[in-house]
Write a protein that binds this ligand. Sequence first.
Ligand SMILES: Nc1nonc1C(=O)N[C@H]1C[C@@H]1c1ccc(S(N)(=O)=O)cc1
Length: 248
Amino acid sequence: MRFDVVTLFPEMFSALTQWGVTGRACEQSLASVHLWNPRDFCSDPRKTVDDRAYGGGPGMVMMAKPLEDTITGIKAAHQAAGVKSGPVCLLAPQGERFSQKIASDILNLGNLTFVCGRYEAVDQRFVDRNVDLQLSIGDFVLSGGEIPAMAMMDAVIRLIPGALGDGESATQDSFMNDLLDYPHYTRPEIYENLSVPDVLLGGHHAKIADWRRQKSLELTFRLRPDLIDSARANGLLTREDEQFLRSL
Ligand SMILES: Nc1nonc1C(=O)N[C@H]1C[C@@H]1c1ccc(S(N)(=O)=O)cc1
């Protein structure tokens, strides 16, 4: 999976490429992150990337030309590397809400270019000419698209076979089967007078699997009933699941 990222703050992405699961995935070349700073594509000596908004109003707007010249540079690099250019994605509150399904779709694309806005907004003419889709991590306004981009890249990288190591599979993650994750426990067996559910100590794998499934169903039923409806609609609930849900 190749990510290209347009950002005024490339150093921020060390949080993704230097640490943990995502850092190891990059080190093992399971994923690559190519950072592109629009300032490097400015033709003026002051490397101007923003200017005041026509019509007045607060804040500055990112200019179209440095951003578009950056996209041109990315596509030239793709051609030189024999990479099929994927979509150009702008991070913004008005974008489609990101989800585990979209993470899986992005992985299947093999390449995606993220454009991380800063300031108040991005010149609409850049958006109209270059942006294929807009994605959001939620209905709130951040100072830049970098954190949303890293969140999305993290979710995608976890899905790459081999990224999680020791045979652990991302399919155990919440939302991978449309349900919330079951509760987890580790040593010590007694913590602050609180014990671990007996079934998890018994070593009976089928009973443990049943317990975990029922806990996922119960948590999802109580915290995100909408996910129960979508799991049902997607045919992901068994007869046993439905019987257990009726008992809640
Ligand atoms: N939420 C998000 N999910 O992904 N990106 C998100 C985000 O907040 N990005 C902000 C930098 C960009 C932005 C876009 C639009 C406006 S504006 N002019 O509409 O106020 C303000 C800030």
